[in-house]
Design a protein around this ligand. Structure first.
Ligand SMILES: NC(=O)c1ccc[n+]([C@@H]2O[C@H](COP(=O)([O-])OP(=O)(O)OC[C@H]3O[C@@H](n4cnc5c(N)ncnc54)[C@H](O)[C@@H]3O)[C@@H](O)[C@H]2O)c1
Length: 457
């Protein structure tokens, strides 16, 4: 999924392939990144779009880095009321297009915390106007959207950051350095997964309530909330938090968590596009239940050999289907409910979510060999935080760690998994160059799903 025409190596390629030993950040001249304000003393004007929940936390993180929150935009003034009140100097808006028109150059950068189905239209509109973008994960809701955003970020030379905040942790860096130092030998298999919030991702219980008629709350601009997705009448079951369990809007557990949980493997093993993906589901019939996600899912991704590493099989588990306990685990060794186990020829790495939290080597003797004074040299520069990294990148004219050239392919793998859920038991073969499944026309319809009239990318 890499852009062969891009003359700028991305940070992941650089760090992985660096022959310098100690890798440096990918530095570009400030002007080349379109950053108009790169002075360390000048504050950026930042706008939040979708601030009622996670996006509000993201805006706080940017404010804590000393930047000016100049505008807040949300389609539901009530849901976002606390955040609006917290920043009384910020102008408030309902429609991000109106905000971008009216605020013009007062906005240098935007933070997007809307549901998955509106990330792409908002991020694209902002980048076209030269704004730097921090966008919550997953980057988008379809493969076509991801590719459009990646191309636009390069074209408009803006600094981008996906909101998988664990990417800025020290632990994910330590895990990469363990893998690169050969602590567990070549990694061939990864079991990853998430057992959190099962009731929101699987909404089978609410399927028969969707036909009832519900009044749209006065504070909510439902038409804007729907945005580019073909219109469906309002129900309280799919707005605010709940959307993540409904296919037209959310991407299920795999879409919500892959960018956190698989991020360490993706970086350490230099993964890109899988060559195939196959889902198995439990107590679920896509023909009858296909608006929501299954109660238990297992998805197998085959990643082809790349550069010096061999092929990698990644098995994703969610809902009631948990990561299996490895055979050689001792009785009290815990497998994370949300996290991953990387299997190498010599041992394993076990970690939790958000930047490989709590990562450790198994067996214990490997921990002694590769930690403390014996830890491999730090090859990846440490950063002070995810918002910090993005702002520092804007100021200094480099790219941020989880920029769209990294977060795009990471999200794409997750979304291919979400498509496979619609066709359980079938191996879907992916041609990344052509961006299509070579053996499944029906699955291809979800690579580039139609937009509602009046909306386009
Ligand atoms: N990085 C993390 O750890 C993390 C955690 C939670 C959520 N997220 C991500 O953050 C995003 C939001 O999730 P959430 O749980 O906060 O959802 P939410 O539904 O609770 O909040 C979304 C907010 O966006 C507003 N909104 C919706 N459409 C809008 C539009 N077109 N324009 C402006 N505002 C709009 C809503 O009114 C609401 O205030 C998702 O992409 C999710 O995956 C990330």
């Amino acid at each position: 999924m890499k852009n062969p025409k891009s003359n700028s190596i991305n940070r992941r390629q650089f760090l992985y392939g660096s022959s310098l030993g100690v890798a440096l950040f990918h530095i570009l001249p400030g002007r080349a990144l379109g950053a108009e304000r790169t002075s360390a003393n000048e504050k950026l004007g930042v706008a939040g779009i979708g601030v009622g929940s996670q996006g509000g936390g993201d805006i706080d993180a940017v404010a804590q880095e000393g930047q000016n929150i100049v505008a807040l935009c949300d389609v539901d003034a009530q849901y976002a009321a606390k955040k609006f009140a917290q920043y009384p100097k910020a102008r408030t808006f309902k429609d991000y297009r109106v905000m971008l028109d009216k605020m013009g150059k007062d906005i240098d950068a935007v933070v997007i915390g809307t549901p998955d189905h509106t990330h792409a239209v908002i991020a694209l509109e902002a980048m076209r106007r030269g704004k730097h973008v921090y966008c919550e994960k997953p980057l988008a809701h379809s493969v076509r959207e991801i590719r459009t955003l990646m191309a636009a970020a390069r074209q408009h030379k803006v600094v981008t950051q996906l909101g998988n905040q664990g990417h800025s942790s020290d632990t994910i860096r330590r895990l990469c350095e363990w893998v690169w130092a050969g602590a567990v030998g070549p990694v061939h298999t990864v079991h990853a997964g998430c057992d959190a919030f099962k009731e929101v991702y699987c909404q089978l219980r609410n399927l028969d309530k969707l036909d009832k008629s519900y009044e749209v709350p006065k504070s909510l601009d439902y038409d804007l909330w729907i945005g580019p997705v073909p219109f469906r009448p309002y129900t309280p079951f799919w707005v605010h938090w709940n959307w993540r369990g409904w296919m037209p809007f959310g991407t299920g557990t795999v879409g919500d968590w892959f960018c956190h949980v698989v991020d360490p493997s993706f970086w350490a093993l230099d993964l890109d596009a899988p060559s195939s993906v196959r889902a198995e589901v439990t107590d679920y019939d896509p023909a009858r239940h296909g608006l929501t996600y299954p109660p238990a899912t297992k998805i197998t991704f085959e990643f082809p050999a790349r550069k010096e590493r061999g092929p990698v099989k990644l098995i994703w588990h969610d809902g009631n289907n948990r990561i299996p306990k490895p055979e050689n685990f001792s009785a009290d060794d815990q497998v994370p409910g949300t996290g991953a186990v990387l299997f190498g020829a010599k041992g394993m790495i076990v970690h939790g979510s958000h930047g490989a939290g709590g990562c450790r080597l198994v067996p214990d003797k490997l921990m002694e060999q590769y930690s403390g004074r014996n830890a491999p040299a730090a090859k990846i520069p440490r950063v002070k935080g995810h918002a910090w990294d993005w702002i520092e990148a804007i100021r200094t004219g480099r790219q941020a760690g989880s920029n769209f050239d990294y977060g795009g392919p990471l999200t794409q793998a997750a979304l291919l998994g979400a498509i496979a859920i619609r066709f359980p038991g079938q191996t879907l073969k992916w041609d990344d160059q052509e961006a299509l499944f070579t053996n499944h026309d029906a699955a291809n319809a979800f690579v580039n799903p139609p937009y509602r009239d009046g909306w386009s990318l």
